[in-house]
Design a protein around this ligand. Structure first.
Ligand code: ADE
Length: 233
């Protein structure tokens, strides 16, 4: 990790902007997930990477954040955005174009809701006394450029208030060429980290995701760009 203490840093040796992802910490927001497609349905199951061999179609799931809650310092996506702009990998014009494009769009949080569908359970299962309800949670997905990565924006009920909140999750295939080392066929070591080298398209897609997720995320992005990266569009 760099002097900043963040997991995303500029590596002067390789001239690359990289994130060092801890994949085995129980408290980490980075997990290994197995994505199974069964009868046209997608099932996402957690994998314990110290005990289970990683498979080629597993993903790293990262609830990527952008600001330290206590200090307000930029972390993770906040740092990536700053580094990509400072190192001229993304232009200010490009950023402002995204801000302007998304500024007046409705947000995901205000456009969707969680709802239930009710059906009878077949009598041969539980004797015919019950109905089964399935709760449907809308998920807004944006596919990233070229390695089967994607971002899911998931609607949740707020924990201690009325209404919904949006959660942003980045999914990176374990076998992506942007991930080193390749852990396929192995279990992870204690304190295993993998290095993710995002492209500029990954960064602009994550910015789009936060700009559409909710009013709160949108205003956070604009404020970070204005106050901490000095881009006032
Ligand atoms: N706030 C900061 N990062 C977030 C994320 N990934 N999802 C939802 N809210 C966030």
């Amino acid at each position: 990790m760099g002097a900043s203490g963040d997991i995303c840093v500029f590596n002067g040796g390789t001239d690359r902007i990289e994130c060092y992802l801890p994949i085995t910490l129980p408290t980490s927001k980075i997990r290994v997930k197995r994505r199974i497609l069964r009868d046209g349905r997608e099932i996402i199951e957690p994998v314990a990477p110290r005990r289970t061999r990683i498979e080629s179609n597993d993903y790293f799931e990262w609830q990527i954040s952008y600001k330290d809650r206590d200090t307000g310092e930029l972390v993770e996506f906040g740092r990536l955005l700053k580094l990509f702009i400072e190192k001229n990998r993304i232009t200010r014009r490009e950023i402002c174009r995204i801000i302007e494009e998304y500024y007046n769009l409705p947000t995901f949080q205000e456009s969707f809701e969680i709802y239930r569908e009710e059906n009878r359970v077949e009598p041969r299962l539980f004797g015919g006394d019950f109905n089964v309800l399935v709760e449907k949670t809308p998920i807004l997905r944006i596919y990233l450029e070229d390695d089967d990565s994607f971002i899911d924006i998931v609607l949740r009920h707020k924990q201690r208030a009325v209404g919904y909140q949006s959660m942003v999750f980045l999914y990176i295939p374990v076998s992506s060429y942007k991930i080193k080392p390749n852990l396929v066929g192995r279990t992870a070591r204690a304190k295993q980290r993998v290095i993710w080298t995002p492209s500029r398209h990954d960064i602009t897609a994550i910015l789009r995701a936060f700009m559409i997720a909710s009013e709160k995320h949108r205003s956070d992005m604009i404020r970070i760009l204005r106050d901490q990266i000095k881009i006032d569009c």
